[in-house]
Design a protein around this ligand. Structure first.
Ligand code: 0PR
Length: 385
């Protein structure tokens, strides 16, 4: 750092240079991301609450009131109005919190030497972080032919040390929805904590369902579901990294809260201490502004563009890995590896990502991906050699 500062204008000039190196969602070229252009109404709300810290909520009573309202609105969306939870730093923190609540709740009932969790093979890598940090043994359940968690495999993996089972509603790589109703039944029967990772699907499945699309049950309407991850920064259009964690009962938050001696609230359950209120403000503003109608429109548009892309792939020399259930399309080719395809597409300016199971090119049709982008993409894809 220099001794003397530079002018505001010089700072801005340099920032613009850095910004030029970044890709933008608006360009339509980012095809492998679960993030999207944050909605301007959310951005405005976010900016208004930059100094509010929900880590010390007594100082920011308005923001705390908004968080309570957001949690109720999210609960309503996911089948139970009176849930407990927080707006946090994204899906990873949400999943870690859920695993912590599950482990501690089980430990309160009885001593477990080596707690275990069962996740589908398709689970997001945040569960590996959670297992590492919380000293949990992680077991991966097999998937069926349609890449959904295999119930037989889950049953086989359950032991007396199992503290949680995880199902995913909108898998990271293929957008699949695990058989949550069956998991719920099994977990109730065996008295095991069930967490649903709907980081991606939480802001679209309920709306698509309302619009008449056929989706399995996945939320608190199922008695066995103890917690749900839902990320407003993915299909909820909020600025990154806004995340959400909801618990069926307050006791799960209490099972992991610690004393906070000198703050305005005496206990805290989130992983982070100082916690931005801006994410809460953005989510509150967007849920009010968009309404169910607005979000249904966004989710339906994404599914329409997904169909156009999937159909285009089917009509080409490439092969769909599976029929999309949500707005994720994965494909392979007999001639080129996914890495080769990705690298050739990169030369044409497209940023796709690669699914690991099965290995395939993966595209997430987020709201910034429009029909015209998909058409140009398919043209470029068909010209690859
Ligand atoms: N759960 C699921 C089902 C997810 O898909 C993700 C992230 C998480 C949890 C973790 O959420 P956070 O990243 O908010 O902690 N899924 C995306 C992925 O790993 C995240 C992402 C987004 C990656 C944009 C790249 C990117 O450009 O693919």
């Amino acid at each position: 750092m220099e001794n003397k500062g530079i002018s505001h204008e010089e700072v801005l000039q340099s920032l613009r240079q850095f910004k030029k190196l970044d890709m933008t969602h608006k360009s339509g070229k980012i095809l492998g991301s679960m993030c999207t252009c944050p909605h301007p109404v959310g951005v405005e709300a976010y900016k208004m609450f930059l100094e509010s810290n929900l880590g010390d909520p007594g100082l920011f009573k308005g923001t705390q009131k908004m968080e309570d309202e957001v949690i109720t609105m999210l609960g309503e969306l996911l089948g139970k109005r009176d849930v407990s939870g927080h707006i946090i730093t994204g899906g990873t923190e949400a999943n870690i919190m859920a695993m912590r609540a599950a482990r501690n709740s089980a430990q309160h009932k009885r001593h477990i030497d080596e707690p275990e969790i069962i996740v589908p093979k398709s689970a997001h890598f945040s569960f590996k972080k959670a297992a590492d940090m919380l000293c949990l043994n992680l077991h991966e359940a097999e998937l069926d032919d349609d890449y959904r968690m295999k119930m037989d495999s889950v049953r086989e993996l359950i032991t007396e040390n199992t503290v949680a089972v995880v199902g995913v509603a909108g898998t990271t790589e293929l957008g699949k929805i695990d058989p949550i109703a069956e998991l719920s039944e099994l977990c109730l029967e065996r008295d095991i904590y069930l967490h649903v990772d709907a980081a991606f699907g939480g802001f679209s499945i309920p709306f698509l369902k309302e619009a008449g699309h056929d989706f399995p049950e996945f939320d608190f309407g199922l008695e066995g579901v103890c917690s749900i991850t839902i990320d407003p920064h993915k299909m909820g259009l909020a600025p990154i990294p806004t995340g959400g964690i909801l618990f069926r009962e307050k006791k799960y938050l209490e099972a992991m809260s610690v004393k906070t001696p000198y703050l305005t609230k005496d206990r805290q359950a989130t992983i982070v201490g100082t916690r931005t209120g801006a994410s809460t403000a953005a989510t509150w503003a967007l849920m009010k502004y968009m309404g169910r109608e607005g979000y249904t429109h966004v989710a339906e548009r994404c599914m329409e563009v997904t169909s156009i892309l999937a159909q285009g792939i089917e009509e080409s020399d490439f092969k769909l890995v599976t029929q999309p259930q949500l707005n994720v399309v994965a494909f392979t080719s007999d001639e080129m590896s996914p890495d080769e395809i990705s690298s050739k597409l990169k030369d044409k300016g497209w940023a796709v990502s690669i699914a690991s199971y099965p290995r395939a090119v993966r595209i997430i049709v987020m709201p910034h991906v429009k029909e015209e982008h998909v058409e140009t993409f398919l043209k470029d894809l068909n010209e690859l050699e």
